[in-house]
Design a binder for this molecule. Structure first.
Ligand SMILES: CC(C)(COP(=O)(O)OP(=O)(O)OC[C@H]1O[C@@H](n2cnc3c(N)ncnc32)[C@H](O)[C@@H]1OP(=O)(O)O)[C@@H](O)C(=O)NCCC(=O)NCCS
Length: 144
């Protein structure tokens, strides 16, 4: 089973490279570094035998938390890695006093919607044509 290690700014280049594989509009190393040093931002890197598999980045502020990004590299998908990363993000949010966790997902991202539904997130809002390609953003939430 993969191991989870807390993300630090030292992971910025690695996770920016991973993000590039999974997203059409990837975040740069600089953006990752800037996020990772913000108060309340935390995350985990999942790896097995030293091979990075995926990561989650989240933020907690007062009684609310938010998933900023989550991804698993294609060869390691459908083995429960994202589910473990989400659970770790929820557990940490709870430890820091959050009551609710939010996230945003493109309405076209059926794989991610399946994952979030399985983990107990429900639809709480929609931002019409939010993304550059005209796709709506769905706002999901669950109790922590
Ligand atoms: C979405 C993503 C993070 C899922 O990662 P993963 O490690 O494969 O997910 P898990 O193995 O933990 O899946 C847990 C559950 O989510 C659902 N799920 C995940 N991927 C799915 C898929 N491709 N099709 C259908 N259901 C899926 C299933 O219910 C799955 O449980 P099961 O395998 O027992 O059926 C991964 O596909 C990814 O990185 N996609 C690209 C980046 C992305 O879209 N991130 C989310 C942006 S909001």
């Amino acid at each position: 089973m993969s191991e989870l290690a807390p993300l630090t700014a030292a992971h910025a280049a690695l996770i920016a490279g991973m993000h590039h594989v999974c997203f059409a509009e990837p975040w740069s190393e600089k953006a990752m570094t800037e996020l990772l040093v913000l108060p309340g931002v935390y995350g985990w890197l999942a790896s097995a035998e030293g091979r990075p598999e995926g990561f989650v980045m989240a933020r907690v502020a007062a009684d609310e938390a938010e998933i900023l990004t989550i991804m698993v590299l294609p060869p390691y998908r459908r083995h429960g890695v994202a589910q473990r990363l989400l659970q770790a993000a929820l557990d940490n949010a709870k430890m820091h006093g959050a009551q609710k966790m939010y996230l945003e997902v493109a309405s076209s991202n059926e794989n991610a919607m399946q994952l979030y539904t399985k983990v107990g997130f429900v639809l709480v809002g929609r931002r019409k044509r939010y993304y550059a390609d005209g796709v709506d953003a769905l706002l999901l939430a669950r109790d922590v």
